[in-house]
Design a protein around this ligand. Sequence first.
Ligand SMILES: [Zn+2]
Length: 251
Amino acid sequence: MYHNIGIPPQGAKLRSLYVTPRMFRFQMWYLKHAGFQVAPLADVVDFSKKTGFFGNASGKAKKKQKRLISLTFDDGFLDFYENAFPVLKKYGYPATVFVVSGLAGRENLWDAHLGVSKKLMDWEKIRTLRENGITIGAHTRTHPKLSSLPPEDVKKEVHGSMAEIEEHTGEAADFFCYPYGDFNDSTVREVKKAGFLGAVSVARGFVSRGDDPFTLKRIPVRLNTWPLSFIYKLHSDYEAKKGRQLEKGGA
Ligand SMILES: [Zn+2]
């Protein structure tokens, strides 16, 4: 789970959401050289839906599944287009960008109370991404906390984001991302009703076979994710443990 790819401006709030272009290049390089298979989110969703044990899968096939990685970028910031897209293109990596459909070409107005203003991609750029193998996912129309909205507004945010993406890109969005990782049962129901095939949360950990495809876990990559911690996140059960801790703590 990425947000901004760029150098955080001096005194910027929400600095931890940035990953510097240099670190990002390292991380993409590492995935390739460590033998990870960077796959579209659709593949991870398919994997989550598999149930039971593949008793007869060969060791090799199991190892391959273990090395499946999907890259997601929340909010659709302009810095994705400028700093991440060229690197992804170079490696031929697929990725999913979750855009806030009502604010394309504008700014992250949902953070206005923090005095943080960052540019979001316009539809032309979003269309260019789509034409270049980037999956466009939905992240609502205006980035609200969905669980605190009345049902009719949840509908507008969820179904509306699907409709706007289809209108501007010519293609329906398959995947949804809950703003702030916030959802409840009725939010999830609405996301399914709108026709999405899966959704990502901010719960931490790897995706396992049998996981709910509408509340997929992710692994955050942040400003302080130094090379060693990036590698540690990928190769150890650190993220799974962290996820369980946070769950217990009620976070
Ligand atoms: Zn967001």
